[in-house]
Structure formats: structure tokens, C-alpha cells
Design a protein around this ligand. Structure first.
Ligand SMILES: Cc1cc2nc3c(=O)[nH]c(=O)nc-3n(C[C@H](O)[C@H](O)[C@H](O)COP(=O)(O)OP(=O)(O)OC[C@H]3O[C@@H](n4cnc5c(N)ncnc54)[C@H](O)[C@@H]3O)c2cc1C
Length: 571
């Protein structure tokens, strides 16, 4: 078996992974980084981010205000020390990106332009028209090319963390071009593998967002934190789930029901003329209530409402949100200059993920995580739009820096023979999977998983349907053990890739619904009809799901409060 050695093994080439790789190289002149990614880095989901990245930039704004907005958005579940660290570093990171070449949009006077985003009390979202993620990822990627010490392994799929004496010392990954499993040994491993929205049927997330990194860390003994909090974005296109960015409302777009009413006004977020700019959990709930009251439109993909941009005018739309026009024209055949766009709530982001501290360190020595796969946590029960891109930068950098410190502190590589043996064991497991002849079909199990997750863990939740989803996910896990693979080839075997992804999705889906069923309150994106209010006395705590041979275990840990006492969440 081929053994590949680097000081740091990085899994993921999206915003968080690239930022971590650059940070590691800047922190130490000798460090070598092996960057393993199942996609060519520029295809990572970060590329599709549209609306922008938040960071204090103006005189009417300040750090405390951004912290307060983020905490309120999180329904006070975020760790306050993490949010302080994040808010303080975000403007620095966004400026650094400018110095590396990111073409931020400008005001006429030359200053970096900022726009409104949901739940942010002032304009603080930096943007590059409405292709922000595309420009940020390009900037990071081209900067990473400066370093020969970042060695890329594109289209390699990581399937297992290699552990010895409770310490993470590498990964097993296979080259998708040849099917060959390789053993990657490193003194530190950073997971930057993105989210897992694909466990739901209707999502803005790319097909590759299957929560692989979360599942790998979970099986290696790291807890998954706050998994019950899944964000629905209120403006996805019916059918495809393609996102119409919140920037469309930030620039003044209106949400309207079948009667032509700006319905969010009635839900009284206290935002006056910016009624559409409530946080995502609240606006998604408002849409569901409109549907239930019969004030939605009926379409082939269920109910929807209208996002009306007509009053913004063609020039403004083309200047500020041209991609919205492009997407609406191409995917629903509507030109928003002349007609409203049909939209509905759609799964967008997982607030939960691999349990880390402020430095990206997990409880397992040698293992770090950053970006959407990690839960630091700054997002708590509901992330504010435009906080995720800067989160990838701030905590990607911190994870890169700290992994280098850990390596410099004398982290050992462990016994190579034993680690290579583990990788060989993984190769045998994958070989057995490739030859599986069971009666179950991957696509069928994935469909059933998607549908039970939507039934149990939608915008509104309740005991009976969540309990049914727990049972269904467990049954699907049993059936997964009996899947059949028809494509036994080695070269670009996408059936094997999908089989592995499905196994990962089932594990993280189980963590989501288990934590959701146990949390008997409503907080942020977790809204229960049977427990409609927030209950700080019993539930101001993070859930942590850990793997055990007898099935997942659920524990809780405290939320860090520094200066902001939890209060009623009003806008
Ligand atoms: C449509 C859309 C629009 C968005 N718009 C915004 C916005 O305007 N502002 C904002 O702040 N946030 C936005 N978000 C959220 C934000 O873009 C993401 O949370 C963030 O980009 C995630 O970055 P990441 O680096 O953590 O992961 P990703 O960019 O998803 O990258 C994950 C990487 O991990 C690799 N990987 C995964 N599994 C494996 C494996 N098993 N083996 C090897 N490699 C693996 C992949 O190849 C990839 O390189 C948006 C999200 C979506 C879906």
C-alpha cells in the first residue's frame, strides 16, 4: 500500500480548507500540507455562496453590535467567547482577502460596499455582486498556489481516520480515478469537509454535501454538537431547491402571499420597512404559516410564496444581484425585472457539527475541524446569513495555526506499521463493499432517508413524527447493511462513492433526529409544536451525540456565557 506523509493532512479544499492550508504554510516555513479533496477545490460548495460575508466595516457599526446580533440570531445557544473571537477577527480576514485579490464590490466613493442581511441591525455584509463565494474561493485557491508545500490530492475520497492510542495520526482515502486506497500519515489532521444538507430531500446544498467529515470524526470518537439545529432558508426555488440569495431581500425585495400582501409585516419582527429581513428561522416559519392558512400559491412542488423584486428596477437588479436574475431565468423561466419569483423554505445549513474549541481542536488529540463541518459554536440554534463565509476564514486560519503549533510541540507520528495495517483494513472493507450483492438499492434507501428526515425534522417538529423518524432511520441503517453494488469497476466508480456517502448520511441523520427528539423546547431553527417556547432553565445547553458500539449516546454540555444574559428574542 502506498504511504503518503505530510506534517498536516487537510481534508477539504473549500473556503475553510484552503484558508487553513495557507495559514499553516504562513505559520511555519518548513511545514508540508497534504490537501485531500473529493472534488477539485474550485468545485467545493463555497463557490456557490452568493450574498456575502459579514464583518464590521462602518462607523454606524461596532464589534458589540455584531456580537449581539449573532447571539440573538443564535437564540443564545452560541458560545459567547467563540462569537467574540469570530466578530473581532472577521474584518481582518475580509481585508486580508482583499489584499490577496478578492474583488469586493465598491461604493461610488471607493469604500468596500456593504449590504443588509437578515438579523443584522446595520449594513455589514461585504459582497462581490452576488457571486461572493466564487470570488472568495478563487482568491484563496490562487493564493494557495504560491506554496509548493501544499500538495493536492484532488478527487481522493477520505473514508476513515487512522487512530492510535486515542490520537489521530492520519486518514485512509481512495483515489477516485483508480479506486486505489492510500494511507496518509500526518502529525495533525484537519477536517474541513463542509455540511450535510443532502440528508434532506429539498436543499440548496450541492450533491456532494453528505456530511462525510462529521461521520468520520463521529466514528473516531468525537461528539457531534447541536445537530438538531438545521437551517431552512426561506427563499429556495421550488423543484430544484436552488438558492435565491438573501441579498435579494437585503437590497429591498419583498415577500408576498397569494393575496399580494407583504405577509412578514404581520409577524411583527419589529423591523418596520425591512420586515423581510427577519432571521431565517422566523421567516421560514412565517411562510409555513401562510401555507397552512391557505395564503400560499399551489404548484407542482407544493406551496410557495412570491419574492417580488420588480420595484428595484432593472438597472439595480443587474448591478447588485445579476445572478438572481440569471438563476430565475434559467431555472424557473421567470425574469424578476417583470415577474415575481416563486420561493419556499429549503434546507440550507447545519448549525451543528464536529465538536471543537476556539482553536478548531476536537477532544481527540491531533484532530482539528473548521468550516461548516465544525461546531465551535458561533451559530447556536440559528445562523445569521453571511456569518458562515467569514467563519470559514476565521476558524480555518485558527485551526491551521494551532495544528502547526501542535506539530511543532513534538507530536509523534505513531507506529507506522500499525497505522498502515488500519488503512489496509479499510481497503479490505471497501473491496468487500464493491462486491456486495445484497438486495437493497442505494437510491431507494437515500430516497426513504430524505423523506423521513423531512417528515420528522422539518420547519415544525413534534414528538410522534420525530419518534417515527428515529425508528425509520434505524431500520434504514439495518437495510443499508444489505445493499447491492452493480458496478464492480475500479475507475471512477460513482456507485461506490454514493454507497459510502449514504452510510455517512445515515449516521449523521440519526444524530440529528436523536438530538431533536430529546430537546423539549423551541429554540432557533428547532421549533416544536408540542413545546412552543424556549426553556432556558432546562435547555440552555449544547447537545453532544457520541458514537458507541451499542448505538449513539446523547449528552449535554454548558453554553459559555460572557457578557450577554439570554433575553427574549425580539426584533
Ligand atoms: C447555495 C449556497 C449559498 C450560500 N451563500 C452564503 C453566503 O452568501 N454567505 C455565507 O456566509 N454563507 C453562505 N453559504 C454557506 C457557506 O457557503 C458554507 O457554509 C461554506 O462555504 C462551507 O465551506 P467549507 O469550506 O466548510 O465547506 P465546502 O466549501 O463545502 O468544502 C468542503 C470540502 O470538503 C471536501 N470533502 C468533503 N467530504 C470529503 C471526503 N469524504 N473526502 C475528501 N474530501 C472531502 C470537498 O471536496 C470540499 O473541497 C451558502 C451555502 C450555499 C449552499
Amino acid at each position: 500500500m502506498e504511504v503518503i506523509r505530510h506534517d498536516v493532512i487537510l481534508v477539504g479544499g473549500g473556503g475553510a480548507g484552503l484558508r487553513a492550508a495557507i495559514a499553516a504554510c504562513e505559520a511555519s516555513p518548513g511545514i508540508s500540507v497534504g490537501m485531500v479533496s473529493k472534488l477539485y477545490p474550485m468545485r467545493s460548495h463555497t463557490v456557490s455562496a452568493e450574498g456575502g460575508a459579514a464583518g464590521v466595516a462602518r462607523d454606524d457599526d461596532n464589534m458589540d453590535l455584531h456580537i449581539k446580533d449573532t447571539l440573538k440570531g443564535s437564540d443564545f445557544l452560541a458560545d459567547q467567547d467563540a462569537v467574540e473571537t469570530f466578530v473581532e477577527a472577521a474584518p481582518r480576514e475580509l481585508t486580508q482577502l482583499e489584499h490577496w485579490g478578492c474583488p469586493w464590490s465598491r461604493e461610488p466613493d471607493g469604500r468596500v460596499a456593504v449590504r443588509f442581511f437578515g438579523g443584522m441591525s446595520v449594513k455589514r455584509t461585504w459582497y462581490a455582486t452576488d457571486k461572493t463565494g466564487f470570488h472568495m474561493l478563487h482568491t484563496l485557491f490562487q493564493t494557495s498556489l504560491k506554496y509548493d508545500r501544499i500538495v493536492r490530492y484532488d478527487e481522493y475520497f477520505a473514508t476513515r481516520l487512522l487512530m492510535q492510542d486515542g490520537v489521530c495520526r492520519g486518514i485512509a482515502a481512495f483515489d477516485m480515478r483508480t479506486g486505489e486506497v492510500k494511507c496518509f500519515l500526518g502529525k495533525a489532521v484537519i477536517m474541513a469537509t463542509g455540511g450535510g444538507g443532502r440528508i434532506f430531500p429539498f436543499t440548496t446544498n450541492a450533491a456532494v454535501k453528505t456530511g462525510d467529515g462529521m461521520a468520520l470524526a463521529y466514528r473516531a470518537g468525537v461528539g457531534l454538537k447541536d445537530m438538531e439545529f438545521v437551517q431552512y432558508h426561506p427563499t429556495g426555488l421550488p423543484g430544484t431547491g436552488i438558492l435565491i440569495t438573501e441579498a435579494a431581500r437585503g437590497e429591498g425585495g419583498h415577500l408576498k402571499n397569494r393575496l399580494g400582501e407583504r405577509f412578514t409585516v404581520q409577524y411583527d419582527y419589529g423591523l418596520g420597512d425591512k420586515a423581510e429581513l427577519g432571521p431565517r428561522d422566523m421567516v421560514s416559519r412565517a411562510e409555513m404559516q401562510e401555507f397552512e392558512a391557505g395564503r400560499g400559491f399551489e404548484g407542482p412542488y407544493g406551496n410557495y410564496v412570491h419574492l417580488d423584486l420588480r420595484h428595484l428596477g432593472e438597472e439595480n437588479i443587474d448591478k447588485k444581484i445579476p445572478f438572481v436574475r440569471e438563476l430565475a431565468r434559467n431555472y424557473v423561466g421567470i425574469d424578476p425585472v417583470f415577474e415575481p419569483i416563486p420561493v419556499r423554505p429549503v434546507v440550507h445549513y447545519m448549525m451543528g457539527g464536529i465538536d471543537t474549541d476556539l482553536d478548531g481542536a476536537t477532544p481527540v488529540p491531533g484532530l482539528y475541524a473548521a468550516g461548516e463541518t465544525a461546531c465551535v459554536s458561533i451559530n447556536g440554534a440559528n445562523r445569521l446569513g453571511s456569518n458562515s463565509l467569514p467563519e470559514c476564514l476565521v476558524f480555518g486560519k485558527r485551526a491551521g495555526d494551532h495544528a502547526v503549533q501542535y506539530v511543532a510541540g513534538g507530536a509523534s507520528e505513531g507506529s507506522e506499521a500499525e497505522l498502515v495495517d488500519q488503512a489496509r483494513g479499510e481497503a479490505s472493507r471497501l473491496e468487500a463493499l464493491r462486491n456486495k450483492k445484497g438486495g437493497e438499492r442505494i437510491a431507494q434507501i437515500r430516497r426513504e432517508l430524505n423523506s423521513t428526515m423531512e417528515q420528522g425534522c422539518g420547519v415544525y417538529r413534534e414528538e410522534a413524527s420525530m419518534a417515527a423518524t428515529v425508528d425509520s432511520v434505524r431500520q434504514l441503517k439495518g437495510r443499508y447493511a444489505d445493499i447491492g453494488i452493480t458496478d464492480t469497476s475500479q475507475i471512477f466508480n460513482t456507485e461506490i462513492v454514493q454507497a459510502i456517502e449514504l452510510g455517512n448520511m445515515i449516521d449523521i441523520a440519526e444524530a440529528v433526529v436523536m438530538a431533536a427528539l430529546d430537546r423539549k423546547e423551541s429554540r432557533g431553527a428547532h421549533t416544536r409544536r408540542d413545546y412552543p417556547t424556549r426553556n432556558d432553565a432546562d435547555w440552555l445547553k449544547h447537545s453532544v451525540v457520541t458514537f458507541s458500539a451499542d448505538g449513539p449516546r446523547l449528552e449535554y454540555k454548558p453554553v459559555t456565557i460572557t457578557r450577554w444574559q439570554p433575553e427574549e428574542r425580539k426584533y
